[in-house]
Write a protein that binds this ligand. Structure first.
Ligand code: UDP
Ligand code: MG
Length: 319
């Protein structure tokens, strides 16, 4: 088995059959060993029935059904678990991704890349203000913050080496960050421009409402990747910075005090500001320390003795 095509579906009843037909045609042409992993992410419409009919008639199809709607990341993670191919190709189940582009992904994979990203150039039908501009900003931010030079992190048409994708922990909304996570594993990443078709049937799951939590992820994930094993470097830097500033201004206030200036009445705001800086710095450094304890705990937990272990004194006979 060489290629596993993994597709998440949530309420895509109008798209399922047509997608399967085209996909099958394309895959039969480009390679002889492939499988389809279709994941039904708790659809409430006819998606599951249609998918199971397909799976009944085609042995190359594996169907995974999630008990409820878990979201795209969980659906993909479930699909990756079932994949037996050397590579997985991931695409959306709404006909926005044209299966005819798959050979281009395969070509890149054959060149030795571990991750191949389809970078959306034309997006007819996607609203400029609600989808294209926010996604431009998000992509630009992600590239700056992570140092991974991609033009489109968000788009869902991608291909991965299966052994690599298995190493990457997937939860929450992490599917958008797979290339970034892969980069931390030293993956070789390629991208090429693709065109996205407008959605003909069904409704998009990702409107503006989802864009706001995504903004948090854009900030959190790069920080997490950089500082997960050394939290003090993050908290400590800001903390020491704040404390340093606080100390300088506090020192100046002390000098003023000894020069007979009424610090409370003359420099009230500065006094207030220095106190806050000193306290905030102390808190940040303490947070960093707690973070370091957490990391230490994580790495040492396996070897640690139990708290309740009774003290045993061994004595040899005759002593
Ligand atoms: N999807 C899913 N579970 C969800 C949301 C989406 O499996 O909770 C699937 C959906 O069926 C589609 C793909 O993820 O195949 C992309 O979703 P959508 O087309 O709504 O996103 P957009 O293209 O609008 O960003
Ligand atoms: Mg779509």
């Amino acid at each position: 088995m060489n290629y596993s095509v993994v597709i998440p579906f949530h309420n895509e009843q109008e798209n399922v059959v047509e997608l399967y037909r085209t996909l099958k045609e394309v895959m039969e042409e480009v390679c002889d060993a492939f499988e389809f992993i279709f994941v039904d992410d708790g659809s409430e419409d006819d998606t599951y029935r249609l998918l199971s009919e397909i799976a009944d008639n085609d042995r190359r199809v594996t169907l995974v059904r999630l008990r409820r709607n878990f979201g795209k990341t969980e659906a993909l993670a479930a699909g990756f678990e079932e994949a037996t191919g050397e590579f997985v190709i991931v695409m959306d189940g709404d006909l926005q991704h044209d299966p005819h582009l798959i050979p281009q992904f395969i070509k890149k994979l054959e060149l030795g890349y571990d991750v191949v990203c389809g970078c959306r150039v034309a997006r007819p039908g996607d609203s400029l203000l609600l989808k294209r501009i926010p996604s431009r900003i998000a992509n630009w931010l992600m590239a700056r913050l992570t140092g991974v030079e991609l033009h489109d992190f968000v788009g869902g048409f991608k291909a991965y080496r299966t052994s690599l994708i298995r190493q990457i922990p997937l939860y929450g909304e992490l599917q958008r960050f797979i290339p970034v996570l892969a980069a931390t594993f030293g993956a070789r990443i390629a991208e090429f421009p693709i065109e996205i078709a407008p959605r003909k049937h069904g409704r998009s799951h990702y409107g503006f409402r989802r864009a706001i939590p995504f903004l948090f992820d854009i900030v959190t994930i790069p920080l997490l990747l950089r500082f997960a094993t050394r939290p003090m470097h993050f908290f400590g830097t800001i903390g020491f910075g704040a404390m340093g500033l606080g100390m300088v201004s506090a020192l100046w206030l002390v000098i003023e005090f000894f020069r007979g200036v009424g610090v409370m009445s003359e420099h009230g705001p500065l006094l207030f500001f220095s106190t806050i800086l000193l306290l905030a710095g102390l808190l940040l450094i303490s947070l960093g320390f707690l973070g370091e304890l957490n990391v230490r705990h994580h790495y040492l937990a396996a070897q640690a003795p139990r708290d309740s272990e009774p003290l045993r004194v061994k004595r040899k006979k005759g002593q």
